[in-house]
Design a protein around this ligand. Structure first.
Ligand SMILES: *Cc1c(COP(=O)(O)O)cnc(C)c1O
Length: 366
């Protein structure tokens, strides 16, 4: 079976983890600080604040911008559920802007749902492709809104020479299956010194000095053990991205003319896609339905994933909630019914990707 995600650690991680175990400092300490410094440098920002997961990063970032009940956040309807849950956790209301063929929010759609109650624009850099940030940051500037990027899938992705997470307050996930992973973990990036200070204090029970509380905080800390797993990965990001891009380009050629299959649009030359996922669409006139396609691929020894099978608010638990607005997002509904992600990770061999392409072609010619 060729899996859609592989989690692997190497000797560098083993050595660093062992160092932490022997040091007796398992919780947040010097290694978290080193991880933050290297993460900030990689993204060209002044500060990176490590937290215990990506959902926490989003909640902490929004709360640091004083978001609360009555405020609205405009985000993507085509995202992992954490984006929505984080917004609801702050007490704010979630609004949704429809997506384009690149799977990211369309700036014109963001503008259309923005109103007097909007406080935060939250684009999601889905699959590792940065959303069209220039018009989004321009809209935020004109209306005096905060930009909180859900960059969970976009470590080291770039847009016009700038990294994901550098356009506003960046929120990254280091969950097990993400491109850079510590099992569980998250990172918040910002250039704003005051915001960074507030986030650091919030992360540690609102404590600046020992037992001196300056705000009502929480425990959002990451551990040195986790940082030891993450640090070595930062130095191999370019190599990982290069291999993921090669695999994606291979599929773009090998699958260019398969009926019923829609490839992702070409990556704009001003962006570096980090291919957290390589996602194709099974069109409505294909010989098999999307879910059948996934089953047939599995039978042929090829794993795949559906990220995400439905629009994020299209579940009973979110219906009839006044803080979840069912905005009109027809393209997100259509695309959610068509997407399948193929294995694109750096551990794929040439033979693996040949096998994936052959299986896709065969299933769609049945
Ligand atoms: C993974 C992910 C999150 C949440 O991160 P966790 O570390 O799992 O809490 C948020 N948004 C998106 C788009 C994600 O993919």
């Amino acid at each position: 079976m060729i899996p859609v995600t592989v989690v692997k650690t190497g000797p560098e991680q083993e050595a660093l983890v062992l160092e932490v175990l022997r040091s007796g400092q398992l919780a947040q300490g010097a290694l978290v600080e080193r991880f933050e410094d290297e993460f900030a440098r990689l993204h060209g920002v002044g500060h990176a604040i490590a937290v215990n997961n990506g959902t926490t990063a989003l909640v902490a970032a929004m709360k640091a911008h004083d978001l609360g009940p009555g405020d609205e956040v405009v985000t993507s309807p085509f995202t992992f559920v954490a984006t929505l849950n984080a917004i609801l956790d702050t007490g704010a209301t979630a609004r949704f802007a429809d997506i384009g063929d690149d799977f990211n929010v369309r700036p014109d759609a963001v503008e259309a749902v923005t109103n007097d109650r909007t406080r935060v624009l939250m684009p999601v850099h889905l699959y590792g492709l940065v959303a069209d940030m220039d018009p989004i940051t321009e809209l935020a500037r004109q209306r005096d809104l905060a930009v909180v990027e859900d960059a969970a899938q976009a470590v080291a992705a770039t847009y016009r020479g700038r990294a994901a997470g550098s356009f506003g307050t960046g929120c990254f996930s280091l969950y097990a299956t993400k491109n850079v992973s510590t099992g569980e973990g998250g990172m918040i990036t910002t250039d704003d010194d005051e915001l960074a200070d507030r986030l650091r204090v919030t992360r540690n029970q609102g404590m600046r000095q020992r037992y001196e509380y300056v705000l009502a905080g929480n425990n959002y800390r990451l551990t040195d053990l986790a940082a030891a797993v993450g640090i070595p990965q930062l130095s191999s990001i370019d190599e990982m991205t290069r291999r993921r891009t090669e695999n994606a380009d291979f599929y773009r050629h090998a699958l260019a003319d398969v009926p019923g299959l829609l490839l992702p649009p070409p990556v704009p030359p001003d962006r570096r896609h980090v291919y957290h996922q390589f996602t194709v669409r099974i069109t409505d006139d294909a010989p098999v339905r999307r879910d059948q396609f996934v089953d047939d691929l599995r039978a042929a020894g090829v794993g795949s994933g559906i990220y995400y099978p439905r629009v994020v608010f299209d579940y009973d638990c979110y219906r009839d909630r006044p803080d979840v607005v069912s905005d009109d997002v027809p393209d997100a509904f259509r695309i959610a019914g068509q997407v399948v992600s193929l294995p694109v990770h750096q551990h794929l061999t040439d033979a693996d990707r040949d096998a994936v392409a052959a299986a896709v072609r065969k299933v769609l010619s049945s």
